[in-house]
Every structure is written in structure tokens, then in C-alpha cells.
Design a protein around this ligand. Structure first.
Ligand code: ZN
Ligand code: FE
Length: 255
């Protein structure tokens, strides 16, 4: 693959990501949780920042935009629908756009739910998706602005990607998500096994991000409303997928 990705922890539980195209010497950071940490990562790799790809407007995703733009003169890409909330935005993208990055394209998915203007970036040729706070390993973003139906449709868009797609989500929430997931789908053997692996990784201080679409499809309760075990556990055996998703999200909010 021609896209080199460097992931690093920052703030309390965010991940920063640099995506580098060695062919043209381009480097994008996906969101700007912490300008200092991003500059340290750029130093470490010897890369120059040329782009910021924002997923949504929250401070832990755009907080470093203006400082980094002033320092590097980089191009800031964000959602057209949310342009007024993306500091320093230069390029406004919408569903279906293919933003050129070196020899690659970042395909834009509108994935509202966590916020109404949330987008994800999919590098199809590289099999990589940057999803911000839409889907997490074993979790999904809180519904600060959108409805359950909106978020369900957004998650379905991501779940339509190939199983081996590598998914970079913006937070290390996985251990807490696993504890919750086990309460709603205790009969999922792959979930039980994965939660043990997560505990082992975290005990050694290692990240559980990235994940893959296939792994989430098999273990993440927020994209598994078809699971009989999940439905029975939350008392919604005959309900439609949106109702099952909404109840799962409600229970997680109160967990
Ligand atoms: Zn957020
Ligand atoms: Fe966030």
C-alpha cells in the first residue's frame, strides 16, 4: 500500500493519525486533537503537514486546526454541511466526493448521528477508513445531535465496506465498551474471546485500535441487532433493527 499510517495516543483517550503519501510527500492528520502531539509525531516521522482531514467539529477533533494551519499552511478539509463549525476550513466535501490525496482518493461518507455534520474518509484502494466518533471498537458514538435512525443508517454505510477494511476510530474506549457489550450479548463466543484479548492488550499498555469491519460485524452489539441473543437479552425479540439499536444505545448511555 502506498499510504503510510502513523497512530499515536493523545489527550486522555484520543488517537491522532498521520496518513503519509511518500510518492508526493504529502501528510494529512485526521482531526487535530492536540497540535503539540501532532507536531511531535511529525518530527518523529520527518514528515511535513500538508492536509487536515476533519471528521466533525468537536474540540477534541478540531482544537488544533488553526494553530497547525498557521504553522504549516496546510489545507483543511471538512464537511460542507458543517463548514461553519470547522475552524479554518478550505475544502468543503459531501457524500460521494472523492478528495484526491496524492495518487489516492479519500471517499467521503456522510455519517450523521454523533453530530449532524459528521463525515468519514475511506481510502478504497488502501482498504482503510477513518471514522472519527461514528463507530468504535465494540462501540459507537453517543447521539449528541442525531436520532437513532440517523446513526443506524450511518453505521450501515460503514458496515457495507469489505470485512478486511481497517477502521481507525478516534478513541480508546474499547475496554469499557467490551464490559457493556458482554451485558447485552453474553452468548457471543467471539465477543467473549475478544474481550479477553482486549484486557490483555490494555494490561500491556497496547492500543486496541485499529479494528476491522469484519471484527465489528462479528462482535459489536451496535451493529448486531439481528442477533437473537442480543434481542432476547434486551427484551426486543420481535423488534426492527432501529428499535434494537436505539435500546442498545440507551442502555449504554446508562451503563
Ligand atoms: Zn466527538
Ligand atoms: Fe471525540
Amino acid at each position: 500500500m502506498s499510504l503510510q499510517i502513523h497512530q499515536f495516543p493523545c489527550r486522555s483517550d484520543n488517537y491522532g493519525f498521520l496518513a503519509h503519501d511518500p510518492g508526493q510527500g504529502l501528510t494529512a492528520c485526521i482531526d487535530t486533537p492536540d497540535a503539540g502531539a501532532i507536531n511531535d509525531a511529525l518530527d518523529e516521522k520527518g514528515w511535513r503537514l500538508t492536509h487536515i482531514l476533519n471528521t466533525h467539529h468537536h474540540g477534541d477533533h478540531t482544537g488544533g486546526n488553526l494553530a497547525l494551519k498557521q504553522q504549516w499552511g496546510c489545507t483543511i478539509v471538512g464537511a460542507a454541511h458543517d463548514a461553519e463549525r470547522i475552524p479554518g476550513i478550505d475544502v468543503r466535501v459531501s457524500e460521494g466526493d472523492a478528495y484526491p490525496f496524492g495518487a489516492m482518493n479519500a471517499e467521503v461518507f456522510e455519517v450523521p448521528g454523533h453530530t449532524t455534520g459528521h463525515i468519514a474518509y475511506y481510502f478504497a484502494g488502501e482498504g482503510v477508513a477513518f471514522v472519527g466518533d461514528t463507530i468504535f471498537a465494540l462501540g459507537c458514538g453517543r447521539l449528541f445531535e442525531g436520532t437513532p435512525e440517523m446513526m443506524w443508517n450511518s453505521l450501515q454505510k460503514l458496515m457495507a465496506l469489505p470485512d478486511d477494511t481497517v477502521v481507525y476510530c478516534a478513541h480508546e474506549y474499547t475496554q469499557a465498551n467490551a464490559r457493556f457489550a458482554l451485558t447485552v450479548e453474553p452468548g457471543n463466543a467471539r465477543l467473549v474471546a475478544r474481550s479477553r484479548e482486549i484486557d490483555e492488550l490494555r494490561a500491556r499498555g497496547l492500543p486496541t485500535v485499529p479494528t476491522t469491519i469484519g471484527l465489528e460485524r462479528a462482535t459489536n452489539p451496535f451493529v448486531r441487532p439481528m442477533s437473537e441473543n442480543l434481542r432476547a437479552t434486551i427484551g426486543l425479540s420481535g423488534a426492527d433493527p432501529v428499535a434494537v439499536f436505539a435500546e442498545t444505545r440507551r442502555r449504554k448511555d446508562n451503563f
